[in-house]
Design a protein around this ligand. Sequence first.
Ligand SMILES: Cc1cc2nc3c(=O)[nH]c(=O)nc-3n(C[C@H](O)[C@H](O)[C@H](O)COP(=O)(O)OP(=O)(O)OC[C@H]3O[C@@H](n4cnc5c(N)ncnc54)[C@H](O)[C@@H]3O)c2cc1C
Length: 180
Amino acid sequence: MKSRLGKGAAGPVQAFLDHGADFVVRDTLDSLIDGMRELPGGDALDGTRVRLEVEARDREMDNDFTKDAQVAMLRSARAYRGDRLVRTASPHKILDPKSGPLIAVKLHILTRKSLGGIETDLSGRALGADGQPVPGLYAAGEASGFGCGGVHGYRALEGTFVGGCLFSGRIAGRAAAAAV
Ligand SMILES: Cc1cc2nc3c(=O)[nH]c(=O)nc-3n(C[C@H](O)[C@H](O)[C@H](O)COP(=O)(O)OP(=O)(O)OC[C@H]3O[C@@H](n4cnc5c(N)ncnc54)[C@H](O)[C@@H]3O)c2cc1C
């Protein structure tokens, strides 16, 4: 907590800045874009577009009535003291040299959650195409249709997946133990 209240990056963030293969840290936007383009696949990056987006966002910092969702949410979050102190940086223009250096992070697509996997019965037994249990095969967690968010149906609640994963694992494990 202390490190989040002070100036500069917290230790884990600084480690990413120093060693992260997907992190680029530079003093100017041009060199930042050059650095991003040097990352694998970075040549697809349209530097002109990046500059236009950054400058457009910075213009909105001067607009008290901005419709820029990110700037508006930042200002809204800071109305609450807790978020003001530890969860948000004080608003500034990205290209303000006093707020440097500039940091770019290459993002990778990952599967955060699945809402459906192998169909099971309520004992975690995997069902085959004929709807019958496949002997000796169980599924739990994300791999199971009922596990994780599947417990909640189509409208899976954020933050509730691990519970369903553990629960479905417990059920499948007990069923497997009972079967041997
Ligand atoms: C960024 C992020 C944030 C999240 N935040 C939350 C949250 O706040 N609250 C919440 O409840 N849920 C959250 N979730 C979802 C939750 O973390 C997952 O639903 C849960 O961890 C899935 O558990 P699991 O055991 O089913 O699968 P996993 O944790 O994915 O485990 C599957 C394991 O199988 C291994 N594996 C894969 N293929 C093979 C193979 N061929 N042979 C052997 N091993 C293999 C993998 O390496 C992995 O260790 C988040 C997920 C992500 C990605």
